[in-house]
Design a protein around this ligand. Structure first.
Ligand code: RFL
Ligand code: PHB
Length: 388
């Protein structure tokens, strides 16, 4: 088969790119390794920047987001005895929207189906050929049959463990990585959210986050040692530990109940440069990973997709210049969002091996945040998302 663009990976990056390209008349096929049910069972991000919401509307998938998403004009940072409300709307004029990544993915699949865009599931052994030459192609197998896609460009949207980044030769690629000595244990429960805003809590026992999906569904996280397994944590142990890490007045109001999902994710900062090799372009987690503390992963994937969709659409209108600058443009924003995610992680987690000095520095940082509107504004402008 022949298509102008072959997109590898059917997570939010690949799906959104496919839809934006189709809307502009660029013909793209999407190859996803897993079944649709598997992709839709993954529970991940929940905080969408305004830029991502606008892009979803532009792609024609804003209806349910606008009806069911919760617009948040603030967030709360609590640590070292201080509870600091960050007025996102007041300080920046912008908001974030709570709408699960699972729902974004479901909406994107629905729209791609509706317009008849080609999405191929359970594509195994996806292999990229000749990406550094004029006529690239991608091979894969499905139900034991081999297939070949000839194309002009390949978009590597296949996440951190995908094939696209690894296709770029080691001599060309430079990876920057920082692995944190802990993970996040997350649970989903049919309980009332702790507070009307998200609460990020730093405590000497470790970080905690109280988030939500809707008025009756909460998503909470605890910092845990890397060796822990979800089965090590009973629901009761989770709630007890969460209560200990929250400011006492908030802990008192915590509603508890059985978990309906429980998982642990390791934390990592990772950036691979460049995001382009010949006719292969990386987007989203395929090129970079941030720790979830700043809620930036999905949003960074969206800004990559914004730049890449614009560049490919311009190319088919006769202008290649945006493809030439794609990697540098995307990476400039990636580094800034990675810095924010890293600094939020440093400020709010417990680093047992780093001793009292770091703990006092974290205290000083919280005191500065509590007393300085400028510091609150800096946090807010990063949290709502830097301009694209
Ligand atoms: P994905 O979602 O990993 O999708 C990649 C897709 O590629 C497929 N694939 C392949 N397909 C074909 N051939 C291959 N060889 C393939 N290898 C892989 C995979 O099956 C998959 O379907 O990457 P994408 O699209 O770039 O999207 C990135 C986001 O999923 C990710 O950044 C966020 O979920 C990160 N994240 C958060 N981001 C936010 O912006 N706000 C948040 O609040 C937030 N919270 C989170 C998060 C991530 C978490 N985890 C578990 C990593 C909370 C958590 C707990
Ligand atoms: C979530 O709701 O899953 C969530 C919210 C904020 C974060 C990370 C995850 O920073």
């Amino acid at each position: 088969m022949r298509h102008q663009v072959c997109i590898i990976g059917g997570g939010p990056s690949g799906l959104l790119l496919s839809l934006l390209l189709r809307r502009a008349g660029v013909d793209a096929v999407l190859l996803e390794r897993r079944s649709r049910d598997y992709v839709l069972a993954r529970i991940r991000a929940g905080v969408l920047e305004q830029g991502l919401c606008d892009l979803l509307r532009e792609a024609g998938v804003g209806t349910r987001l606008d009806a069911e998403g919760f617009v948040h004009g603030g967030t709360v940072i609590a640590a070292h005895g201080q509870t600091v409300p960050i007025g996102l709307r007041t300080l920046t004029g912008k908001t974030v929207t709570i709408y699960g990544q699972t729902e974004v993915t479901r909406d994107l699949y629905g729209e791609l189906d509706r317009i008849g865009a080609p999405v191929i599931h359970e594509a195994e052994d996806v292999t990229i050929h000749d990406a550094d030459r004029g006529a690239p192609f991608v091979t894969f197998t499905q139900n034991g049959t081999s297939h070949r896609v000839d194309c002009d460009y390949i978009a590597g949207c296949d996440g951190f463990h995908g094939v696209s980044r690894r296709t770029i030769p080691a001599a060309v690629r430079r990876d920057y990585e920082h692995v944190y000595p802990f993970g996040w244990l997350g649970i989903l429960s049919e309980t009332r959210p702790l507070h009307h805003e998200l609460v990020y809590a730093g405590h000497e026992r470790g970080f905690a986050l109280c988030s939500m999906r809707n008025a009756h569904l909460s998503r909470h996280y605890l910092q845990v040692p890397l060796a822990d397994r979800p089965g090590d944590w009973s629901d009761e142990a989770f709630w007890d530990e969460l209560r200990r890490r929250l400011p006492p007045d908030l802990a008192e109001t915590l509603e508890t109940g059985p978990s309906i999902e429980k998982s642990i994710a390791p934390l990592r900062s990772f950036i691979s440069e460049p995001m382009r090799w010949g006719r292969l372009f990386l987007a989203g987690d395929a090129a970079h990973i941030v720790p979830p503390t700043g809620a930036k992963g999905l949003n960074l994937a969206a800004s990559d997709v914004f730049y890449l969709s614009r560049a490919l659409i311009a190319r088919y209108a006769g202008d290649e210049s945006l493809l030439e600058t794609y990697s540098a443009t995307a990476l400039a924003r990636v580094w800034k969002a990675s810095r924010f995610s890293w600094s939020m992680t440093r400020m709010l987690h417990s680093f047992p091996d780093e001793g009292d000095f770091l703990r006092r520095m974290q205290g000083a940082e919280m005191a500065h945040l509590a007393g300085s509107p400028a510091a609150q504004t800096a946090l807010a402008e990063n949290y709502v998302g830097l301009p694209w």
